[in-house]
Design a protein around this ligand. Structure first.
Ligand code: ADP
Length: 601
């Protein structure tokens, strides 16, 4: 309000001054009216409509008072003066309103122009001749050219623009559509090149002729660089992965005949990547025996949509072959545009490994057949060997008794009886082996283990007498029966007792062999053969029961292996340990007949 009062006062003084000057200079009403009008218009610029009204009224009043008849009075004597005063008032109000409106428009425009300065987008206005007429702050900082340097310059020259298509062609499209959007390369003041996305909007005059262009640009140099880098590194990873997996990719456009190969495909086919890939190149590398695979694939792929998974070989000029697996898919990406896209894997290594594995397997089968045969013959030799040597021993004894004078018929009979028994046993073993070969199951009859122990001792009684100082039986009475094969269990006992005697033969001093039978806490029948021999070396303990493991120069290493498989077949266990006082104990346990029955049910 204070501002308004001051303005109005100053305005009235100014108008007074103008009037006074005109009076003093003895000017006419029209001249004074003109100067007052100018003064009113200028004053009106300083404020709103009310001020213009006040100044216009004051101006008209001063004109009336000092220049219309009667002078120095507010009266009006003729109508013409009244008209000129009204005309002054109307003109003054009209002009001041107009001037104020123009001022407002200008203000708005200035504000809008300031807003354009605030944006980070580059805004350039150019006239129909592409001469720059507006250049915002962002354009200054991006291109390095100041507004005053850029204004009036031909834009394509200043920015050394590089267009994605010929300039004339681009202009035609732009004028036709009234807008254009694309990427441009510009050069900055310092000479560096940048990539911008550029949007152009065309302003036309009333007749539709181009008038000006509003161009907004965005700097995408960094983004493009990052994208390029990413693309490059992705391509690099892809190439590396293809190399590692020995997998290449390919594409074939049936319509255009275009063929694409990845770097790895070139390396699989062993062609220079500079060569343009063709189907003919593939044909040249195909193994002659597999060439029909390619022909079939091509025939099928050009037909309906299909998936392929095939294997074939390549034959190189130096005679090398490669095995390839090709997985491909034929499809139409657009009607009439047929594509075959796929991957080709070098599976030569895998094929060779497979081949080696197959070879190793058949070798293993052959070896195990030989081993099984060896084991079997060793087992027959070993098991039949025992009764045969017993027969020989008995035969010799028999001869000695015969040559006595008089011959001891009782001893001879005993010997012959034992020889018959042992021959029967050998025959029985051979029969068992035959049954085994035929796959017949072993005998399963209830047996008292102590009987088996006695029978086994009887078989080798002469050996025992010759080699062993003392044989002690500690056989528990009332043991449960076990279910088993009498002859096989005899074999186990003969083996264990023979081993014990052999071990004791290597040491001097007192020799004692204890054969024990007992019941363990779980109710199993246990038989143990304890000797006072050399004992077992700790390192050998884990391998004792393996076939062909032996520490004896004349040993075959089959006795314990056979014993172990017999005990296993009887659902029992066999083990060995060293005695604290020296020597070793070999034991085996067998489940009682009852449990086996239950298990069998
Ligand atoms: P072989 O008697 O032909 O060597 P075995 O399978 O019967 O084959 O025995 C394997 C090995 O176990 C023997 O070479 C020996 O080292 C060891 N062995 C077997 N029984 C005894 C024992 N009672 N005391 C010490 N070592 C033994």
């Amino acid at each position: 309000m204070r501002y308004l009062m001051a303005l109005w006062l100053a305005g009235c003084i100014a108008l007074g001054a103008v009037t006074a000057s005109c009076v003093l200079l003895d000017q006419e009403e029209s001249t004074a009216g003109f100067f007052l009008l100018v003064a009113v218009v200028l004053l009106s610029l300083l404020d709103s409509f009310i001020s213009s009204v006040i100044f216009s009224v004051v101006g008209a009043a001063l004109l009336n008072y000092f220049f219309t008849e009667p002078i120095n009075s507010f009266g009006i004597s003729n109508t013409a003066d009244l008209f000129s005063l009204v005309a002054f008032l109307v003109t003054s109000l009209a002009i001041t309103t107009l001037v104020r409106r123009i001022g407002r428009i200008e203000k708005t425009q200035r504000a809008q122009a300031q807003l354009l300065e605030l944006t980070h987008d580059i805004i350039i206005v150019r006239d129909k001749n592409d001469v720059i007429t507006y250049w915002n702050q962002a354009a200054e900082s991006l291109y390095g050219w100041k507004k005053e340097e850029a204004m009036g310059k031909f834009i394509d020259e200043l920015l050394r623009s590089v267009f994605p298509l010929p300039r004339d062609q681009l202009q035609q499209i732009y004028v036709r559509d009234g807008q254009w959007e694309g990427e441009l390369i510009h050069t900055r003041r310092d000479g560096t090149e940048i990539i911008v996305t550029s949007r152009w909007a065309l302003q036309r005059d009333g007749a539709g002729n181009p008038l000006a262009t509003l161009e907004t640009n965005n700097d995408i140099t960094e983004r493009r660089r990052a994208e390029d880098l990413l693309r490059k590194s992705q391509a690099q990873y892809f190439a590396e992965a293809q190399k590692l997996s020995r997998t290449g990719s390919f594409g074939w456009n049936f319509s255009s005949g275009e063929v694409f190969w990845s770097e790895q495909t070139f390396s699989i086919f062993e062609y220079d990547p500079a060569v343009a890939p063709t189907i003919e190149l593939v044909r040249q590398r195909m193994h002659p025996e597999d060439i029909r695979v390619l022909e079939e694939l091509l025939a099928q792929a050009s037909g309906s949509s299909a998936d392929f998974d095939i294997e074939h070989r390549l034959l190189f000029p130096d005679g090398r072959t490669k095995h390839l697996r090709v997985v491909a898919h034929a499809t139409n990406d657009q009607p009439n545009n047929r594509l075959l896209i796929g991957a080709v894997m070098d599976v030569t290594g895998a094929k060779q490994t497979e081949e080696r594995l197959r070879h190793a397997q058949s070798e293993l089968e052959r070896v195990s057949r030989v081993t099984a045969l060896g084991e079997l013959s060793a087992s027959i030799a070993h098991e039949v060997g025992q009764p045969l040597s017993a027969i020989v021993t008995n035969g010799e004894a028999c001869l000695r008794w015969l040559h006595r004078q008089p011959p001891d018929m009782e001893e001879i009979e005993g010997c012959v009886r034992q020889m018959t028994d042992q021959a029967n046993r050998a025959a029985e073993i051979v029969q068992r082996v035959r049954a085994l070969m035929k796959g017949a199951p072993p005998d399963r009859a209830p047996i008292a283990i102590n009987d088996v122990v006695e029978e086994a001792i009887a078989v080798i009684t002469r050996d025992i007498e010759r080699q062993c100082g003392l044989l002690t039986r500690r056989l528990a009475s009332g043991l449960p029966l076990i279910l088993g094969d009498r002859v096989q269990l005899q074999q186990v006992l003969v083996n264990l007792i023979t081993n014990a005697m052999q071990s004791m033969a290597s040491v001097s001093g007192r020799r004692e062999l204890i054969v024990q039978s007992r019941l363990d806490p779980e109710g199993n029948v246990v038989v143990a053969i304890k000797d006072s021999g050399a004992g077992i070396q700790e390192a050998n303990l884990p391998q004792l029961f393996e076939p062909f493991f032996t520490t004896r120069s004349s040993g075959m290493g089959m006795g314990l292996a056979i014993s172990s498989s017999i005990v296993d077949a009887h659902r029992g266990q066999i083990w060995a340990s060293n005695n604290p006082e020296g020597g070793a104990t070999f034991s085996f346990s067998l489940p009682p007949a009852m449990t086996q029955e239950v298990v069998r049910k």
